[in-house]
Design a protein around this ligand. Structure first.
Ligand SMILES: NC(=O)c1ccc[n+]([C@@H]2O[C@H](COP(=O)([O-])OP(=O)(O)OC[C@H]3O[C@@H](n4cnc5c(N)ncnc54)[C@H](O)[C@@H]3O)[C@@H](O)[C@H]2O)c1
Length: 352
């Protein structure tokens, strides 16, 4: 089968995972890259062997040779670039979050329907081998009904600054940046039940803690400690139509003794944990068993999951299949995220 010609829009940090994974896939041909920052785009083109370099995504989209694009730009551009790409007849893999608002998410969904092209949302946690293993066990009923999930991604010192800290460009702080991953992962494992209400809080108490010395953390390329308009911490209780619930807390900064990542799901026949490492909890002969599946990675395998995500995208483009993270799921997750921000702003539960 002919290799799919790819354009990657946005050549900052996360793009390297896309570029490397396309390069590893013999059914993909990395053809063009684009970034507002020409030097950054050129470096990526040289490193990964793309023949064309653009600084205006519209010019990249006008290139008829390109069949599919990865969108790895700031969150505020996801809707505009996704819709333009679909209208130009390209298949789209867009980084999480799908966009910043439910209105934009619905506009993207309409553009997918009108274009007949596919759009895959970069919910990379779904593509991890351990997540897929657990999901197939969920599908076989091993855990019964999953009625409760708990997800935590706490960074004590980890506001990346730059556009991540600029609400206008990011749409929010840790909730929309890292909370989105674990909320989506739990929701996907629970069988994507309809969310009916959200009760949430966000806090801006500590700022970005740029005063802290002797401890390093990831900083965006354009880090500026004086700029920060996003929340430090968010927590939420999400209720679903089937009676299930999800409790989540995420932070960029917090007076916690360490960073913490935990994703746990509980069913009426068994439970399991995904973060920090995979464990299955069950009962046999009136005895509780904790089972540690023997897989290559105990926890999340970042590189492997990205490779699986890209391989799946290329496969869906070539076979005409619907991705396992379709636009509809991006829309539902945007409803939950925006509901959380709305509930926090109102100080009350909101119905979705
Ligand atoms: N899946 C994951 O685990 C994961 C991890 C990090 C980031 N992300 C997502 O990836 C996206 C990019 O994040 P990042 O960490 O790479 O940020 P980054 O700041 O390192 O890179 C973003 C790049 O996009 C470019 N850009 C912005 N607007 C553009 C436009 N209109 N046209 C062309 N280029 C444009 C910027 O110049 C920059 O080089 C975000 O949506 C983020 O949420 C996902």
């Amino acid at each position: 089968m002919k290799a799919v010609k790819i354009g990657v829009i946005g050549t900052g940090s996360i793009s390297s995972c896309h570029l490397q994974s396309y390069q590893n896939n013999s059914n993909a041909e990395l053809y063009a890259v684009c970034d507002l920052n020409e030097e950054r785009a050129r470096k990526a083109a040289d490193k990964y062997g793309a023949s064309k370099v653009y600084t205006d995504y519209r010019e990249l989209l006008a290139d008829p040779a390109i069949e599919a694009v990865s969108i790895c730009t700031w969150n505020n551009t996801h809707a505009e670039i996704s819709i333009a790409a679909l209208e130009a007849g390209k298949h789209v893999l867009v980084e999480k979050p799908l966009c910043r608002t439910v209105e934009d998410a619905l506009r993207i969904q309409e553009a997918v329907a009108a274009s007949g092209k596919l759009l895959q949302v970069g919910f990379v946690r779904r593509y991890d081998a351990n997540a897929q293993l657990l999901r197939s066990m969920v599908d076989k009923g091993e855990f019964g009904e999953l009625y409760y999930a708990k997800a935590t991604t706490i960074r004590r010192l980890g506001n990346p600054g730059g556009w991540f800290a600029d609400k206008e460009r990011s749409g929010g702080g840790p909730l929309i940046d890292i909370g989105v991953h674990v909320i989506d992962l739990c929701w996907y494992m629970m069988g994507r039940p309809k969310a009916v209400s959200v009760s949430a809080n966000t806090y801006r108490k500590l700022g970005n803690r740029s005063n802290v010395k002797n401890l390093s953390f990831y900083k965006a390329a354009d880090y500026d400690p004086s700029q920060n308009t996003v929340e430090d911490l968010a927590n939420a209780l999400i209720r679903f139509e089937n009676g299930a619930s999800l409790l989540v807390d995420v932070s960029f900064t917090l007076h916690a003794k360490d960073n913490e990542g935990a994703v746990k799901l509980y069913g009426d026949k068994g439970g399991f944990e995904i973060d920090p490492e995979m464990v299955i909890v069950t009962e046999k002969e009136d005895t509780i068993l904790n089972i540690y599946p023997q897989t290559d990675h105990k926890g999340f395998d970042f590189e492997g999951a990205f490779q699986n995500e890209i391989n799946h995208f290329i496969d869906c483009v070539q076979q005409g299949n619907t991705p396992i993270s379709p636009v509809e799921d991006g829309v539902e997750i945007m409803k939950i995220l925006c509901g959380i921000y709305e509930s926090a702003a109102k100080g009350a539960e909101v119905r979705l």
